[in-house]
Design a protein around this ligand. Structure first.
Ligand SMILES: Nc1nc2c(ncn2[C@@H]2O[C@H](COP(=O)(O)OP(=O)(O)OP(=O)(O)O)[C@@H](O)[C@H]2O)c(=O)[nH]1
Ligand SMILES: [Mg+2]
Length: 305
């Protein structure tokens, strides 16, 4: 991405919450802005479960983005309640809010989110994502007008996170609105998440992509051991926790096919993340009802505060 012109004399720094319906491309946008995969992406809704920071620096400015889970109505499971709380907390913590919507259509859930943000109109930017899916570029003006009529917010920016289109304009809108203040993270830091978390998320990404229906939503990944083999490879032991015994055979697959393929794909990404050879071992275990138990969630490392 090109450098954005900023007032070099005035340090700026702020938190920007990225919020929106599931699957609108929030994590894809974060990764495109940071230029690194800090948050996992899949074609399935409810991929992101944790508040994840992505940090970038330009001249004298630091922008700290907060990726959030997709906003959802379903609050039946404890996991869903935590995810909804994560979104509210990120909004409360943020100096600026990016509300991501689909450029092709406004949904009722977008309107509901718009109402949640209506007390922060000057601090909210609407991003119309996936403009590459519009049949004709001439539709864009109409989509922008519709969004501006619907939401009383500060700016409306059409982008394609996947194709990295118009991100410079978005960055300008963001940088010009950041509050004054010194950087909060050292230069070079791109996320707040540690290696264990990032490894677990990469494995979960591959599982989500490989599995269908409700199976992916009842699983979580825990890194039991991170070390080194005698040959100097990075050694990862990961536990895949399922909340139903009946899902075990599906996750493992016939003759272990599903698990093997997940392991192969995850290892490719891990080699990139860890910068060396990786020995990955995956174990499938069951903890009935983990996703609806606050106690289990805490044990599995979910932030319950
Ligand atoms: N065509 C197109 N697809 C996109 C674009 N941005 C994201 N996607 C796709 O949309 C799907 C969802 O992307 P994510 O980034 O995981 O969406 P999200 O909003 O973070 O989803 P949750 O974490 O589940 O709330 C993926 O298949 C992405 O590749 C875009 O600009 N254009
Ligand atoms: Mg996401």
């Amino acid at each position: 991405m090109e450098t954005v012109e900023t007032d070099a004399g005035q340090a700026r720094c702020g938190y920007i919450a990225i919020v929106g319906r599931p699957n609108v491309g929030k994590s894809t946008l974060l990764n495109a802005i940071v230029g690194e995969k800090v948050s996992i992406v899949t074609p399935k809704a409810h991929t992101t479960r944790h508040r994840t920071l992505g940090i970038i620096n330009r001249a004298n400015c630091q922008a700290i983005f907060i990726d959030t889970p997709g906003l959802q109505r379903d609050k039946k499971r404890a996991l869903h309640r935590i995810m909804a709380r994560t979104v509210s907390q990120a909004i409360a913590d943020a100096d600026l809010i990016i509300m991501v919507i689909d450029a092709t259509r406004i949904f009722e859930e977008d309107r509901r989110l718009g109402r949640m943000l209506s007390d922060r109109p000057g601090h909210t930017i609407v991003v119309l994502n996936k403009i590459d899916l519009l049949h004709r570029r001439s539709e864009l003006l109409g989509r922008l007008q519709a969004a501006a009529q619907e939401f009383p917010f500060a700016a409306f920016v059409p982008v394609s996170a996947r194709k990295r289109e118009n991100l410079d304009n978005l960055m300008e809108e963001i940088f010009s609105r950041l509050p004054e203040g010194p950087a909060l993270f050292p230069h070079g830091t791109t996320t707040d998440k540690d290696t264990r978390f990032r490894i677990a998320e990469i494995i979960r990404e591959k599982l989500l992509a490989a599995l269908n229906r409700e199976v992916p939503y009842g699983l979580t990944v825990e890194i039991e051991h991170l070390g080194e083999t005698e040959e100097g490879q990075v050694l990862v032991h990961a536990l895949i926790w399922l909340d139903r015994e009946s899902h075990k055979a599906i996750v493992i697959g016939k003759e272990g096919k599903v698990l093997k393929s997940v392991g192969r794909l995850a290892r490719l990404d891990l080699v990139e993340l860890l910068g060396g050879r990786v020995h990955l071992e995956l174990w499938v275990k069951v903890r009935e009802g983990w996703s609806d138990s606050e106690r289990e969630l805490r044990m599995l490392g979910f932030d319950m505060s």
